[in-house]
Design a protein around this ligand. Structure first.
Ligand SMILES: N[C@@H](CCC(=O)N[C@@H](CS)C(=O)NCC(=O)O)C(=O)O
Length: 270
C-alpha cells in the first residue's frame, strides 16, 4: 500500500486504518501539508518506514447528520489533533515525541539514527525539537498569530497573539545561532555531524514561516491559501529579520537530501 513516488497517493478511511493489525498508518488531509503530519511523513521517510495514509477527519460538524466529524477519532485516540499514528496492534501515538520514538524503533536497518545514541546530543536534539514543536514553541505561536478556530484551540488571546511573533523570532534566532556554530565546525546539521530528528522536524516546520519552492512543496487547490499565509508569517517584520539565508539553505538541504521531494500530498495539484 506504499505510494512513495506517485503523485496521487491512496488514502484509506480512519476506520480502515484502526481495523488493520499490521503496518504503519498515519492520518493526513489530502493536498495539505498539515505541519505535524508532514514532519512525521518526512521522519518516516528517513527511517525507511512505509506508510499507509489514512484520512484525518476535519474539525466541525457534519452538515447532513449534525454529528461531530471527529467523534470516532476521539473515541479511538482520546484527542483530535493531526496526525495520529497506528502501528501493528499497538496503541495509537498522537504526540510528536512518541511518534518519533516509534519511528526510530521500527525504522529500517542502516537508516540514520534520528535520536542519537549519545545522551549529550539527545539533550540538544530534544531541546531544539521542543522549541520548535512543543507547547508555546515556534509552531504553537505561529498558529496564534491570527485568530481562527485552530488558534482558539491553542490558547489564542489578544495578549498571547501580540507576543507570538517575538517568540517565533526568538526560536528562529536559537536555530540560526546553532547553524552558525555548526558551520564553524564544518557540519551542515543542527546537532553533531549527522542528520537527526532536529534537522528533519525543523526543516519541515520552518515552512510555516518560509514556504519552499513548488519543486519542494507543490501547490494544490487545498494548500494554496495556506502557503500564502505561511509566506505572510515570514513577512512579519520581527520574523523577517530573524529569517537568515542560512535557515533557508539548511531547509533546502535537508528537504532535498533526506525527504521525498516534490512532497507527495494528494489532493488536486495546481
Ligand atoms: N498532536 C501534536 C500536535 C499536532 C497539532 O497540533 N495539530 C493541529 C493542527 S497543526 C490539530 O490537529 N489541531 C486540531 C485539534 O487539536 O483538534 C503534537 O503535539 O505532537
Amino acid at each position: 500500500m506504499s505510494d512513495a513516488g506517485t503523485s496521487a497517493p491512496e488514502f484509506i478511511t480512519l476506520d480502515e486504518a484502526a481495523a488493520m493489525t499490521a503496518g504503519t498508518r498515519v492520518t493526513f488531509i489530502p493536498g495539505i501539508p498539515a505541519m505535524y503530519a508532514e514532519a512525521l511523513k518526512n521522519i518516516c521517510h528517513v527511517k525507511g518506514v512505509p506508510l499507509v495514509r489514512a484520512l484525518h477527519p476535519m474539525m466541525g460538524v457534519d452538515k447532513a447528520t449534525g454529528e461531530d466529524r471527529q467523534a470516532r477519532l476521539y473515541e479511538l485516540t482520546s484527542q483530535t489533533s493531526i496526525p495520529t499514528m497506528f502501528h501493528d496492534e499497538e496503541r495509537p501515538r498522537n504526540v510528536w515525541i512518541e511518534q518519533l520514538a516509534l519511528a526510530e524503533r521500527i525504522g529500517a536497518p542502516g537508516t540514520p539514527k534520528l535520536i542519537p545514541d549519545d545522551f549529550e546530543q539527545r539533550v540538544e536534539v530534544f531541546g531544539l525539537c521542543a522549541v520548535v514543536l512543543g507547547e508555546d514553541g515556534l509552531v504553537w505561536n505561529m498558529r496564534i498569530m491570527a485568530d481562527s478556530p485552530l488558534a482558539q484551540k491553542y490558547g489564542y488571546s489578544e495578549a498571547a497573539s501580540a507576543a507570538a511573533p517575538g517568540k517565533v523570532a526568538e526560536a528562529l534566532k536559537v536555530i540560526d545561532r546553532r547553524l552558525a556554530a555548526q558551520q564553524q565546525n564544518g557540519s551542515p546539521y543542527l546537532v553533531g555531524d549527522a542528520v537527526t530528528a532536529a534537522d528533519v522536524y525543523w526543516a519541515t516546520m520552518s515552512m510555516s514561516v518560509l514556504p519552499p519552492s513548488a519543486e519542494i512543496m507543490p501547490l494544490t487547490q487545498q494548500n494554496k491559501g495556506m502557503m500564502k499565509y505561511f509566506a505572510m508569517n515570514g513577512q512579519h517584520p520581527i520574523i523577517a529579520e530573524a529569517l537568515t539565508e542560512r535557515i533557508g539553505e539548511h531547509q533546502r538541504y535537508i528537504l532535498t537530501t533526506y525527504c521525498e521531494t516534490p512532497a507527495v500530498l494528494g489532493g488536486d495539484p495546481l
